[in-house]
Design a protein around this ligand. Structure first.
Ligand SMILES: Cc1cc2nc3c(=O)[nH]c(=O)nc-3n(C[C@H](O)[C@H](O)[C@H](O)COP(=O)(O)OP(=O)(O)OC[C@H]3O[C@@H](n4cnc5c(N)ncnc54)[C@H](O)[C@@H]3O)c2cc1C
Length: 295
């Protein structure tokens, strides 16, 4: 740890936190579970925005910022809700199973018990596991400061790797999205270097809705850890929509996900590995979202 001294404040209300942040926004950093912040303070100051940092504002004791609720077809998740809580929450497992899968794949039991969904979003890592799932769900986030709240689409909060567009002092209070209807299935597939405690090298979140005849009426495909900014691949979704998907259609959609990655990122040293790997992961996620487990 650097010898620099940091002040540590633990507000008990959102207002208290916001007041402190209004005074010190340029020199303060919110800390929730601390699983990203502490690593950055120790090892990666260039990613941790630690220049001029004087205060850590621990929001973990603020009541009302944790928990999952569902009303009128909308699921709301408080920013302080941990990955572990989300992974085992019955509302999420039923209404957004891909997010439960994504949270269950994060780190280790210890990391899942501390790391929060708000921290995962605001850290804006390209490899963050909840982000592709939230993108596929067309989630929105609510940001709050003393001036009030504003709601934005999840994809609009990112500016680039490890950079978000929240104003200094804004706190993410919740993320919300529509409950997936029973006609929808979903999947989250992640490729890491090993089975556990692995940051995603690639991932893919898929939501597919079908009508009574098995025809796809809605598809959302969001790859992770491979695009410059989190996004859906609409050209791949369009291949599925309107069809009763067969193997050739699914292969074509998965190929399109990988080709779109190359179009957006250009050919890199890793493309020879990433392109076929993403195609395979996308294919697996699409099949799983159609109810078929393939390896
Ligand atoms: C060993 C290890 C393994 C990991 N494995 C994974 C993995 O497999 N998948 C994965 O996605 N991540 C992984 N992570 C990263 C991390 O655990 C997650 O990103 C976690 O969700 C971060 O949440 P946190 O509450 O700990 O965030 P913190 O570290 O407290 O904060 C992260 C960032 O978000 C900001 N922030 C936090 N909450 C808010 C809020 N409510 N409003 C405004 N800003 C906020 C902080 O200022 C900071 O910039 C791993 C980390 C470690 C150390």
């Amino acid at each position: 740890m650097s010898p620099r001294k940091l002040g540590y404040v633990v507000p008990e209300t959102l207002r208290e936190a916001s007041e402190f942040l209004r005074e010190h926004a340029e020199h303060a950093r919110v800390i929730a579970g601390g699983t990203d912040v502490l690593v950055q303070l120790r090892r990666r100051p260039e990613r941790g925005r630690t220049d001029g940092l004087r205060w850590l504002v621990d929001i973990s004791r603020i009541r009302g910022l944790a928990g999952v609720s569902s009303a009128s077809g909308t699921i709301r998740i408080g920013a302080l809700t941990t990955h572990e809580e989300i992974a085992r929450n019955p509302i999420i497992r039923k209404g957004a199973p891909l997010l439960a899968e994504a949270c269950a794949s994060v780190g280790s039991p210890q990391i899942r018990a501390r790391g929060t969904i708000g921290g995962n979003i605001m850290n804006a890592s390209p490899a963050a596991d909840t982000i592709p799932a939230l993108v596929a769900l067309s989630a929105r986030v609510r940001l709050s400061d003393l001036g009030g709240t504003r709601d934005i689409l999840i994809t609009d909060i990112f500016e680039g790797p490890y950079r978000n567009l929240a104003q200094p002092g804004e706190i993410l209070v919740e993320v919300y999205f529509d409950v997936l209807p029973p006609t929808c299935r979903s999947a989250f597939v992640k490729l890491g270097r090993r089975e556990a405690l692995a940051i995603a090298r690639l991932s893919c979140a898929v939501v597919i809705e079908r009508d009574g005849a098995g025809r796809v009426v809605r598809a959302a495909i969001a790859p992770g850890a491979c695009l410059p900014m989190p996004a859906r691949v609409s050209s791949a979704e369009e291949i599925l929509v309107g069809k009763v998907p067969d193997e050739a259609t699914i292969d074509a959609a998965a190929r399109e996900v990988a080709e779109e990655m190359v179009r957006r990122t250009g050919v890199r040293w890793s493309t020879d590995y990433k392109k076929p790997a993403l195609e395979a992961i996308a294919r697996r996620a699409i099949w799983r979202a159609l109810g078929v487990n393939v390896e």
